[in-house]
Design a protein around this ligand. Structure first.
Ligand code: LLP
Length: 427
């Protein structure tokens, strides 16, 4: 059963049962808030899959990883840093007959550091390029690997999040599986898994096409395959007219494909799913303070203390995030609405939260705001803090989680010292 989307109203005084204004005053803004209970619910929604492997690139704070682990999911890592995070959050690299590997390294390259770490900890690798098979095989002959296959098509909420087809750099081209098997043989490497991830924020129609491609690839590889992964990509609604996909139907399609594969191979095959966005998007919101309200000809601008350094998705993909006003005095009286453009503090015209793909600025009906009020950018838990940066020498936001009615700081706001750590002024 999918839990409903949290209400996002134009005036919102609370998040996850907590009053926003006192939290903003206590921790400062910009501030990321996470509702941990909602992450656990989303993991539960996917319980029909044998393994839920969280794509931590969506939100990789150690406390979030720890709670994801406690909720029964395992994790995917795309870099040295993500492997280190997973280890620090208590995921055990190796699996055994009953348990899946706690960490899988999924990438299109090994940089030298990540190859060393993978070898040191015996971490399972999902190879996104044929070269990775040789590079791992030379260091760990006899390894078991997964192949990430690009099935020749893909789809995402933006062209930038489409990871399939000839224009994508991701995965091993579906016609090169035989070549990969030869490479694997040369090093005594065994292909035990097949993985396909066609894009992020896609839809049921495209996702379901992957099942057939999976069956074809497994047929080429044969009986060494014990695990298949349907990848991530599950969309979440960002606008009121959008909805979740029919998860039951999605599972049934994959379960049927898995059963056919199991029958053809003569052993049961494990079915993994690898969501990022679905687990954490609605669980997070970004709280920012309104610092200027000004007119430019016919346009009204609300300028916040958060910019695309804090939440890059609107500037990068034209993504829509729900926006609510949280009055500084905590009152929830209705206010008249005006059309406003919402932007941040950065010295760049594209630092606008209300824009469409291509950089076209647009306004949105929002309650009248004053300097000192807070705005909440909703559905910011996935690819929010994780994509934040220090552009314009801004320090990154604090992160706070709300769990069982308790408020817990999980990342301190960066300081100037954090900002310049490692910088040197030579004599
Ligand atoms: N597995 C692989 C191999 C991936 O590359 C990704 C996402 C996922 C799983 C998780 O996909 P999800 O379930 O979150 O759709 N920054 C973009 C999204 C980039 C996704 C990159 N890979 C955004 O903010 O929309």
């Amino acid at each position: 059963m999918i839990a409903p989307v949290p209400e996002f109203t134009t005036i919102q005084t609370h998040f996850a049962g907590q009053e926003i204004a006192p939290l903003a005053a206590r921790f400062g803004t910009p501030l990321y808030l996470y509702d941990v209970g909602r992450i656990a619910q989303r993991i539960e929604d996917l319980a029909a899959f044998d393994v839920v492997r969280y794509a931590q690139k969506a939100c990789s704070n150690l406390a979030i990883l720890d709670r994801v682990r406690r909720a029964g999911a395992v994790v995917d890592a795309v870099s040295f840093g993500e492997i280190r995070r997973a280890l620090a959050a208590g995921f055990s690299p190796r699996g055994d007959d009953d348990r899946p590997a706690g960490i899988v390294y999924t990438a299109d390259i090994f940089d030298r550091e990540s190859l060393d770490l993978v070898v040191e900890h015996g971490i399972h690798v999902n190879c996104g390029s044929p070269d990775m098979i040789d590079q791992l095989g030379e260091r760990r002959p006899g390894a078991e690997v997964t192949l990430r296959i690009n099935p020749g098509f893909g789809h995402g909420h933006s062209q930038k999040t489409n990871t399939g087809g000839e224009q994508s750099k991701h995965g091993i081209w579906h016609e090169q599986v035989d070549d990969c098997l030869l490479r694997a043989d040369r090093h005594g490497v065994t292909v035990t898994g097949v993985h396909m991830h066609i894009g992020s924020g896609t839809d049921l129609e495209h996702l379901s096409q992957v099942c057939q491609a999976m069956e074809r690839t497994v047929a080429t590889i044969g009986r060494t395959v014990t695990t298949i992964s349907s990848g991530g990509g599950l969309p979440v609604p960002y606008k009121s007219d959008e909805s979740f996909i029919d998860l039951q139907r999605y599972f049934e399609l994959w379960d049927a494909a898995r059963n056919r594969i199991s029958d053809s191979l003569g052993h049961r095959v494990t079915l993994e799913i690898e969501p990022g966005r679905y687990l954490v998007a609605e669980a997070g919101c970004l709280v920012a303070e309104v610092r200027a309200v000004k007119r430019m000809g016919g346009n009204l601008f609300y300028l916040l203390d958060a910019g695309f350094n804090d939440l890059a998705r609107p500037a990068m993909y034209g993504s829509h995030h729900p926006i609510a006003l949280s009055p500084r005095d905590g009152s929830d009286h209705d206010r008249p609405e005006v059309d406003a453009i919402v932007g941040g503090p950065l010295c760049e015209s594209g630092d606008i939260f209300t824009q469409q793909e291509g950089g076209f600025v647009c306004s949105r009906p929002l309650p009248i705001a004053q300097v000192g009020d807070y705005l909440l950018l909703g559905n910011a838990g996935a690819y929010g803090f994780a994509m934040s940066s220090n552009y314009n020498s801004k320090t990154r936001a604090a992160e706070v989680m709300i769990e069982d009615g308790q408020v817990k700081l999980i990342r301190s706001r960066e300081t100037f010292d954090d900002l310049v750590r490692g910088e040197l002024i030579p004599e």
